[in-house]
Design a protein around this ligand. Structure first.
Ligand code: ATP
Length: 361
């Protein structure tokens, strides 16, 4: 059963189309991340669902009912918006209770519900404080408690963690995920941060220019991006621009870059164009030391000779930049290297990656 359905929703501001024929369904208990660059229409989509903005065409249905005529407070929606701060003159408890009073929850039930919400967001005991007496992270947790207090059919979170510093952001992200799962909240979370989108969402919807360009599981979005935009926007990548040489062998085409690099890529028949952009994820590149490669290069693998330019040990991962003399640079990421010896700048290496790990657009 779909808790929310958007049917062909369009919103224009003058000549400008902010949301362009967006259709979307979300099932009960699922978390959907809406990801895209600034200005792609994420917030407008959320505002349309919440009822703050009316679409020009299309329909919004919540649990099968068209809510087009309902005011925001009449829609059973919980909100945590960027510009929807806590009320500074109200205590934490009053803030959390706010939506319940509005929605006509019996007065006698409110204190116990506030208590329940405070313990859910791990702030029990802070009910009497004012927002100014809380840290940024605590304020966001109160805002989340306020959004969830009415047990809404759908929870809309717009950049819920963006105001926090990096460490707190990560901590609260994990907590947010747990809380949403524990109350089985059907949620749309808007973010321009790809890591946040991939880690929070059961599914990710990528938007560009008001349109949905791809919807899929976090793994699909990363491993099978629908186009160059998604591949560039989600995750890190190395790019080559190549022209096809000869015909394909076993589904693998060879492309030559303007710098003269030959790259083999497994490309579906439908996409064997003459000029393509090629993408290799840094995690798929294996580096081997030594000036000569013992691995025979066949059409299914790529072996590029280079020299280590820079090594950045980033915790468990190691980022290695390789200079391909006269032919550009490559970033390789070695995961979970732990205490294994790394590479050093100036060291000759060979970068190996399979043709099936090369995406062609
Ligand atoms: N009330 C308005 N009047 C005119 N243009 C608007 C209005 N609201 C939004 N827009 C435009 O619509 C586009 C989409 O805006 P929206 O806020 O939905 O983007 P977003 O993807 O949420 O971006 P961000 O990540 O920066 O918040 C933007 O180009 C914005 O300038």
């Amino acid at each position: 059963m779909n808790v929310l359905e958007l049917k062909d929703v369009t919103k224009r501001y003058g000549e400008f189309t902010a949301v362009d024929a967006v259709s979307l369904k979300i099932e009960k208990g699922k978390v959907l991340s809406l990801l895209g660059p600034s200005g792609c229409g994420k917030t407008t989509t959320l505002r349309i669902i919440a009822g703050f903005t009316s679409p020009d065409t299309g329909a919004v249905e919540i649990s099968g009912a068209n809510v087009g005529r309902l005011k925001p407070y009449e829609r059973n929606v919980g909100l945590l918006f960027q510009d929807y701060a806590l009320f500074p003159h109200m205590t934490v408890a009053q803030n959390v209770a706010y939506g319940m009073r509005y929605r006509g929850t019996p007065k006698s039930e409110i204190p116990s519900r506030v208590k329940q919400m405070m313990s859910l967001v791990q702030l029990a005991g802070m009910e009497a404080r004012y927002p100014s007496q809380l840290s940024g992270g605590q304020q966001q947790r109160v805002a989340l408690a306020r959004a969830l207090a009415t047990d809404p059919q759908i929870v809309l979170l717009d950049e819920p963690l963006s105001a926090l510093d990096a460490k707190l952001r990560l901590e609260l992200r994990i907590e947010l995920k747990e809380i949403l799962r524990s109350v089985n909240a059907t949620t749309i979370v808007v973010t321009h941060d790809q890591e946040e989108a991939l880690s929070l969402g059961d599914e990710v919807v990528v938007m560009r220019g008001g349109k949905i360009v791809q919807r899929g599981s976090p793994t699909q979005i990363y491993a099978e991006p629908a186009d160059k935009f998604v591949a560039e926007f989600v995750g890190r990548s190395n790019w080559f621009h190549g022209s096809r040489r000869g015909s394909s062998s076993e589904g693998v085409c060879t492309y030559v870059t303007s710098e003269g690099l030959a790259i083999h890529a497994r490309t579906p028949l439908s996409n064997q164009r003459d000029v393509v952009d090629l993408c290799v994820r840094p995690e798929n590149i294996v580096l081997m030391g030594g000036a000569t490669s013992d691995v025979a290069q066949d059409v299914k693998s790529n072996v590029l000779a280079g020299v280590v330019l820079d090594v950045a040990p980033l915790g468990a991962d190691m980022h290695v930049v390789v200079e391909l003399p006269g032919k550009g640079r490559l970033l390789a990421i070695r995961k979970n290297v732990g205490s294994t010896p790394g590479f050093i700048a100036g060291q000759p290496v060979h970068a190996h990656f399979s043709a099936s790990d090369v995406l062609a657009f």
